[in-house]
Design a protein around this ligand. Structure first.
Ligand code: FPP
Length: 245
């Protein structure tokens, strides 16, 4: 089925987050090295970023490297960092053509210096693009993000910049990496795994979760459109009854 034509463009999710999973299994299935899966996965990133911008999605956030991913074999980590740098160099044109603003969340200071430099450069060049914000979660962990937010708020309370009685949800929101992004509407995870793996725990409070068996390197535009189509078929009640909506 061609899902794109079935999508209601007036009801697009404002923010889609994706856990791109299954690169390793994709490679293994065809007796290739894991890195080949990541390479093919990078092509999927490009396709999905372009398709999202083209459809009118305003915010796309991709889980590219978790804090836990540092525990992978050193060579794999190196290859992933290399892929990141080479993709950024290659994709700057795609970002400009599609008016995509690049942003990051996570402990960027833990990345190799050349990756940090490339990211900064692409972020600077694309900062005025308005069509879609692409956020790469790199060395990202949601618990770490929330811990940092608590620490920063505590410091402000200590220095009398915030009254502890005034702390509310927006205070927390404003101290997360995602302070400039709306809540996630749709979270997709590929490869059949059904867990959140420390990704955007606060921000997915009301998100629709969508799990697909498709491995990330095989995830196509039509798979993305299917996820959006199925999201639009769900009833988001935010705690209300159907009748109240
Ligand atoms: C999960 O597959 C994927 C990752 C840990 C990294 C995602 C990276 C890319 C898609 C490529 C580089 C990204 C950018 C933004 C250029 P896995 O290795 O956990 O797969 P497995 O669970 O099958 O082993």
């Amino acid at each position: 089925m061609d899902y794109k034509s079935q999508i209601n463009l007036d009801k697009l999710p404002e923010h889609i987050a994706i856990i791109m999973d299954g690169n390793g299994r994709w490679a293994k299935k065809q007796s290739l090295m894991r890195v080949k899966g990541h390479e093919k996965g990078t092509k999927t990133v490009r396709e999905i970023v372009e398709a999202s911008a083209d459809l009118g999605i305003k915010n796309l956030t991709l889980y590219a490297f978790s804090t836990e991913n540092w525990n992978r074999p050193k060579l794999e980590v190196q290859m992933l960092m290399r892929l990141l740098v080479s993709s950024l160099k290659k994709e700057i044109e795609t970002f400009q053509e599609n008016e995509i603003k690049l942003s990051t969340i996570g402990c960027i200071e833990n990345l190799p210096k050349n990756a940090q430099k490339e990211l900064k450069e692409v972020m600077r060049k694309t900062e005025n693009n308005k069509r879609m914000t692409l956020t790469l979660a790199l060395s990202y962990g949601s618990r770490e993000e929330i811990t940092q937010a608590v620490k920063n708020i505590s410091k402000k309370v200590k220095n009398d910049l915030i009254d502890s009685d005034d702390i509310d949800e927006s205070t927390i929101n404003n101290h997360l990496y995602t302070q400039d992004l709306p809540d996630v509407d749709l979270m997709i995870r590929t490869s059949g795994e059904q867990r959140i793996s420390n990704f955007l725990l606060w921000q997915i409070a009301y998100a629709e979760l969508y799990f697909t068996e498709v491995l990330w390197p095989d995830f196509s535009k039509n798979d993305l459109f299917e996820a959006i189509y199925k999201y639009q078929k769900r009833e988001r009640r935010f705690g209300k009854t159907s009748e109240q909506l």
